[in-house]
Each structure stands twice: as structure tokens, then as C-alpha cells.
Design a protein around this ligand. Structure first.
Ligand SMILES: Nc1ncnc2c1ncn2[C@@H]1O[C@H](COP(=O)(O)OP(=O)(O)OP(=O)(O)O)[C@@H](O)[C@H]1O
Ligand SMILES: [Mg+2]
Length: 505
């Protein structure tokens, strides 16, 4: 018995039908420019067939979530790890549930990886669960792009592989792809070529029209008719539709998507000055600056250490023979001697890459030779001083804001504090954000990737926010102060700065 999906009506007013069983083995490709009615057409087909065939809707915009209320589809939030998505996909095949994979709000690259993991999970299901299933992919050019674009090669390769599997090898496993795209020229050829049914909507660009004509076996002049189609009108061809190309007008739908047609609205009559105010003043609900990172138990404050560095006092840790309090002159001499030892130490070009512990050994040796001992020569005081020196900060950090920044740096692991302070200094002076290599150097490492890791670490813990401007240059804002660096070096190709949120293993 033929199970037909009623698409709408033909030019003669007869019902236009699509044979569902035929569709399952011959797949469908829909093309039309933005606003031509592809999503509406998908909705019509999915609504009409929801009760008779299992469905999975790959939904980049969260447009089909309403299917859950009307038809009982399970909404799968895609913000999960790939293995979790694959396991869910597996269970979906086992239990024959209709689902919407909601990819709304994710970066294109993350959308591709999630959809790929999910589709591969459906594809790899146990042979016992190869029940027929309709897989709808709207905006298919996102998942099977014709050329490498902005997204990373890995994401593209994985996603294209999953779409190719769906369209080329899915049939035996019961998977029937129906895909829609705004621009045929943007869709990978091998993915488009596997569909035998076509619904072509309004198309303006010659290159898309030419590809549509090739796929449909029409000559280019005949394809000109795609320009004159109205929204909601498609030319249908294929074993599940019609043996000859026929125009079809798609019927109404029950559920609502989010994309309406834009309608003109009267513009507001706000005077220019008031409008300027509205645009340039942050609203009450907008955060003026990043919130303070949550503080741990305060440790010994840097400032205190700095004070100990500059105002030398005898060590308390080792019992020393009772000494006279040193005179201010002696103190000054000692501080000067310490400064000189420290400066000589850092003068060595390799000093930036030597571990603090090794430098400290040198330092204490020189201190012993000069008979200097005391709190200012202990390890943590030395580390702090080294961190500040590597960050390029002198001890003129007396104002309140600096004190707060220094206090915040205490919350980071000791070896990262210098890097944080380096960012702080650049942000304070609105200088360009330090390069990965410079950050790594302040950490004592040669490897620029270490610099990126440090930024991610601090961003994830709320100490800083990293943004990339339109030229791919990095800008860092210090949480808790409004300090912000200028644009730094461009992000390296294939670099992996935040967002870390969705990038789970
Ligand atoms: N057959 C139809 N009957 C009534 N309204 C329709 C029909 N087809 C489309 N529309 C309306 O036209 C508008 C655009 O349609 P739709 O969102 O389906 O376009 P689209 O091709 O998916 O565009 P995009 O590529 O930008 O997503 C929607 O408001 C939709 O309700
Ligand atoms: Mg659409």
C-alpha cells in the first residue's frame, strides 16, 4: 500500500503527493534562496509523516523544537560530548524514538562536530535496529560545505564524512536523508548527487541555477523558470514525486517555526541626542565590567612581600644570635646589594627560561657571599620578585587599584602570577595584548602554546576574559577592574583560544 505525504497542490489544483516509501530509498534534496520556503516545506513533510515514520531532525536554529509538543518528539540538546551523543543516537534507533537534535546557539564548528557524532551514532547502530528513519538536515551546507571556509579542517572532515555516509550508504541501514540548502553551489557535490528527488525553489544566482539544471537533467534555459517561482512554490522531480518536473505549491503547516517574514514597522521618533545616549550608555541590566573572580583564603599579599623585599628585616625562621636592629643606612645598603644581585641574575639572556628554583640557588649563593640573609631572601619572596620582574613591573604598584590586582593575582598558582601581572600591566596601559610567546616567556617556557594554555586557564577561572576582534587579534580584559589591553597579535591559524565551554573531549 502506498503511503503518500500530501505536499500541497499542483498547478491544476490536484493534490501533489510524495510517496513516502519511495522517498526512504531515494532521498530528497531541496534548494531555494532564503525565504523561498524550504523550512516551511520541511515542516510540511515532517508533520505529514510524523505519525508513520521515525524521524530525526537536525535543527541548527531550534526551529523544530515545537514538534515535541505536537508530535511527541524528544528534544536532544546537542551541548554534550561526542561519545554521549553517539550513545544517545544508538538508543534512539533501538527504541525508535523521533527526535529533534537542537544545535541552537552553538558555534558552526561545534554544530558540525555534534551533528557528525549524532549521525555517526545513528549510522553505526546494531543491525537489529536498522528500522527505516527519515533524517532531515536543514541548512545542509553547514554540515557538508563544498569548500573549506572559516571552520577547522577536522570539524569539516568529520562532518562531511557523516553526511556522506548518510546520503551514500544510509539506505541499507534504513536511514533516508532529506536535506535542504540555500545555495547548491555551497553544498558538497557528492552529498547533493546522492538524492534522486528534488524540490527546487526560487533561485537567483546563475551558478546555483546551473547546478540545479545539471542535477535535474534540464537544459540551462529551462532552469530559468526557477527565477520566477514564488515563495512556497517548488519544481518537483524524482521517483517519489513525479517523472517530469512539475510545479507544486506547498500547503499550510500546523506547528510554528520562529522564522517569520520580516514586515515593515514605523521607526521610533526619538531625537538624535536621546538616541545617542541610548546607544552609548550601558543599560542597567548590562554588566559594566567583569565580576571579581571568587577569592580563596588570602595568602601572604604580594604587597606585603614587596614591602619585605624593600624593607629588609632579619629572618625569623632560623634562630640567629640576637643582633642589633640594623640602622636605616644598613637597610638601604642591603636593599641595594640585593637589587644588584637580582639585576645581574636577570641580565643573563637565558634567565627567562630557567626555572625559578634554579635561579633561586644562584641567588642564595650570591646572598651568602655578600652575607645577606633574611626574609627578603626566602624562596617565596624571591619567586614573587622574579614574577614581577618577568612581567616587567617595577615596585611602583602603590595605588589602590594595583593593590587589588596584585591581591587577585595571589589566587592563581604561584608560577602563573607573573603572567597575570604581565597582562595586568599591558591592560593598565592599554598596550597591545602580549603575544603567546611573550606570555610563555614570563612563565619560563619557550613554547607559545603554553601561553595560550595559560590564557585559557585564567579565562576559565574568571580572572580574565579573552576576546578576538574582527581581525583575529586578541584583547584581554582583567576581571574586577575595567582594564583592557589593546589588540594583540592575530590568532594563529587553527589556534584554540576559548570558548572552552562547548569544547569537551
Ligand atoms: N507554502 C507556504 N505557505 C505559506 N507561507 C509560506 C510558505 N512557504 C514559506 N512561507 C513563509 O515564508 C517565510 C519564509 O519561509 P521559510 O522560513 O520556510 O524560508 P527558507 O527557505 O527556509 O529561508 P531560509 O533559507 O532563510 O531559512 C516564512 O514566514 C514562511 O511561513
Ligand atoms: Mg529555513
Amino acid at each position: 500500500m502506498k503511503v503518500a505525504v500530501e505536499l500541497g497542490s499542483t498547478a491544476t489544483g490536484d493534490p501533489a503527493e510524495m510517496d513516502l516509501e519511495e522517498l526512504l530509498s531515494t532521498r530528497l534534496l531541496v534548494q531555494g534562496n532564503s525565504g523561498s520556503g524550504k523550512s516551511h516545506l520541511f515542516r510540511r513533510i515532517l508533520e505529514q509523516s510524523a505519525e508513520v515514520v521515525q524521524q530525526a531532525i537536525i535543527d541548527p536554529e531550534g526551529d523544530f523544537v515545537s514538534f515535541s509538543e505536537r508530535f511527541g518528539h524528544i528534544v536532544v540538546d546537542a551541548n554534550r560530548t561526542p561519545s554521549e551523543l553517539a550513545r544517545i543516537a544508538n538508543r534512539i534507533r533501538q527504541h525508535r524514538a523521533s527526535v529533534v537534535l537542537n544545535l541552537e546557539g552553538l558555534d558552526a564548528e561545534v554544530q558540525m562536530s555534534c551533528a557528525a557524532a549524532f549521525l555517526n551514532g545513528l549510522f553505526d547502530a546494531d543491525r537489529h535496529h536498522w528500522f527505516p528513519m527519515l533524517i532531515a538536515v536543514d541548512e545542509a551546507q553547514i554540515f557538508a560545505p563544498a569548500v573549506a571556509g572559516e571552520v577547522g579542517d577536522d570539524a569539516r572532515r568529520i562532518s562531511l564524512g557523516a553526511m556522506t555516509n548518510l546520503m551514500c550508504r544510509g539506505r541499507k541501514r534504513g536511514l533516508a536523508g532529506m536535506i535542504a540548502t540555500q545555495r547548491l553551489a555551497k553544498l558538497a557535490k557528492n552529498v547533493a548527487a546522492e538524492a534522486s528527488n528534488f524540490l527546487m525553489g526560487r533561485t537567483f544566482l546563475d551558478i546555483d541555477m546551473a547546478r540545479a539544471a545539471d542535477l535535474l537533467g534540464m537544459d540551462r534555459r529551462q532552469a530559468e523558470r526557477f527565477r520566477d517561482l514564488e515563495p512556497g512554490q517548488f519544481v518537483a522531480l524524482g521517483p517519489a514525486l513525479s517523472r517530469r518536473p512539475i510545479p507544486v505549491r506547498i500547503g499550510p503547516v500546523e506547528t510554528a517555526g520562529r522564522s517569520g517574514r520580516p514586515v515593515l514597522m514605523a521607526l521610533p521618533e526619538t531625537p538624535r541626542e536621546a538616541m545617542q545616549d541610548l546607544i552609548f550608555t550601558p543599560g542597567a541590566d548590562e554588566p559594566a565590567a567583569l565580576p571579581e573572580p571568587t577569592m580563596r583564603e588570602p595568602q601572604l599579599a604580594t604587597r606585603e612581600l614587596l614591602e619585605r623585599v624593600s624593607a629588609a628585616r632579619p629572618a625569623i625562621s632560623t634562630p640567629l644570635p640576637v643582633e642589633e636592629e640594623p640602622s636605616p643606612e644598613e637597610l638601604a645598603d642591603r636593599a641595594e646589594a640585593l637589587d644588584a644581585i637580582f639585576a645581574a641574575l636577570l641580565d643573563d639572556p637565558d634567565a627567562a627560561f630557567r626555572p625559578a628554583a634554579v635561579l633561586y640557588q644562584d641567588f642564595t649563593m650570591h646572598c651568602r657571599l655578600k652575607r645577606i640573609s633574611g626574609a627578603e631572601t626566602d624562596m617565596s619572596s624571591f619567586r614573587r620578585r622574579l614574577a614581577l620582574a618577568r612581567a616587567g613591573i617595577n615596585e611602583d604598584t602603590e595605588d589602590e587599584e594595583w593593590r587589588q590586582v596584585i591581591a587577585r593575582s595571589e589566587q592563581l598558582p604561584e608560577d602563573m602570577q607573573g603572567v597575570y601581572m604581565m597582562l595586568a600591566r599591558a591592560a593598565r596601559q592599554a598596550e597591545p595584548c602580549p603575544s603567546d610567546a611573550a606570555l610563555a616567556r614570563a612563565y619560563g617556557s619557550h613554547s607559545p602554546s603554553r601561553g595560550r594554555f595559560l590564557l585559557t586557564y585564567m579565562a576559565e577561572r574568571g580572572f580574565i576574559a579573552c576576546e578576538t576582534d574582527f581581525r583575529g587579534q586578541r584583547v584581554v580584559t582583567l576581571a574586577g577592574s575595567g582594564w583592557r589591553t589593546g589588540a594583540g597579535e592575530a590568532k594563529p591559524r587553527g589556534g584554540t583560544l576559548p570558548p572552552p565551554r562547548q569544547r569537551r573531549a
